[in-house]
Design a protein around this ligand. Structure first.
Ligand SMILES: [Mg+2]
Length: 316
């Protein structure tokens, strides 16, 4: 583990470097607080620090305070080292944000033990940060398809509508449904059905831009939000239908020919005053009509004059 040693006295610095290397740390040396601050801003920065209090330019306590001003989920562990031994000094250092305090002269064995505490704390902290990230991902994503879950895509709809309203560009809201999906489950079982859902999700994602929000709205229903596409709202849905229906999906050795039907409502601020519910209802209506007119197609509500070619069905 990298260890910052900020100490202006060369003898003490060399001693700390020697012992910490022996204990398995990778010491990075700084002769004052500014040099230590610079070390914290390199790539993969060190998180364990020994700071001398008395240093030129920027002292240890001031550096501590400066480090703690930075909002982070992964704060460094700071041990303050000083000859000052009054209770008020300890309080000052801890108040400035030091995690621990060692009074010179000290026994190396004590420093070693305190560094170990720091290492343990940092490991625990990063495990907790990872767990937190994982929970946040799980709370917003569908476990089968890894797309946004229904709650998250609904939040995205609100957010995108806000943004479209502010920046005055259209937002296409697409409700897409796998055609005859129930038949796949009935004929081949849910394992095959799940595999098809996963592959369709992958194909939808790859057909769109990486930043377009895509969510699993219901069982085999997906909600897609395309912003800023202006008059080019049709091609992405053509690509989508082609990506899903263009080649069969092989799931657990079963060849499934799958197509998609999409219903799209385009939100066009500033003259468009519909809310999210009204847009979803319009997209739903368009989807219903697409199903009614033979599936494997995209329809708009209100209808667009240009028709969208259905994906070429694979014949064998
Ligand atoms: Mg000093």
């Amino acid at each position: 583990m990298k260890l910052v040693i900020a100490e202006d006295d060369p003898t003490s610095r060399a001693m700390l470097q020697a012992v910490s290397s022996q204990w398995g740390y990778e010491p990075l040396l700084a002769e004052d607080g500014n040099a230590a601050w610079d070390l914290l801003h390199q790539e993969d920065p060190p998180r364990l620090l020994i700071l001398d209090w008395e240093m030129p330019n920027l002292d240890g306590v001031a550096l501590c305070a400066r480090i703690r001003e930075v909002q982070t989920t992964d704060p460094p562990f700071i041990i303050l080292l000083t000859a000052r031994d009054k209770p008020i000094d300890v309080v000052t250092a801890l108040d400035a944000g030091a995690n621990d305090y060692i009074i010179k002269p000290f026994e190396p064995i004590e420093l070693k033990a305190r560094l170990e505490v720091g290492r343990r704390m940092l490991n625990l902290q990063s495990r907790m940060a990872q767990a937190h990230l994982k929970l946040a991902y799980q709370a917003t994503h569908d476990p089968l398809t890894n797309l946004l879950n229904r709650r998250a895509i609904m939040s995205a709809l609100e957010l995108e509508m806000d943004r479209a309203g502010r920046q005055m560009y259209p937002l296409a809201v697409g409700m897409c449904d796998i055609d005859h999906f129930k038949k796949i489950n009935d004929e081949h079982g849910h394992l095959v059905g799940d595999e098809v859902l996963k592959e369709v999700s992958r194909r939808i994602s790859s057909a769109l831009r990486p930043y377009d929000p895509i969510g699993r709205y219901g069982g085999e229903e997906f909600l897609i939000l395309l912003n800023s596409c202006g008059l080019q709202v049709t091609p992405p849905f053509e690509r989508l239908l082609e990506a899903v229906g263009g080649t069969p999906i092989i799931a657990h050795n079963v060849e499934c020919r799958v197509t998609l039907s999409c219903g799209v409502a385009v939100f066009e601020p500033p003259q468009d005053h519909r809310d999210g519910t009204a847009l979803l209802a319009a997209a739903d209506l368009a989807l219903y009509k697409a199903k009614d007119q033979g599936r494997n197609r995209t329809l708009f509500e209100p209808p667009k004059t240009e028709a969208i070619a259905p994906a070429k069905l694979v014949s064998n």
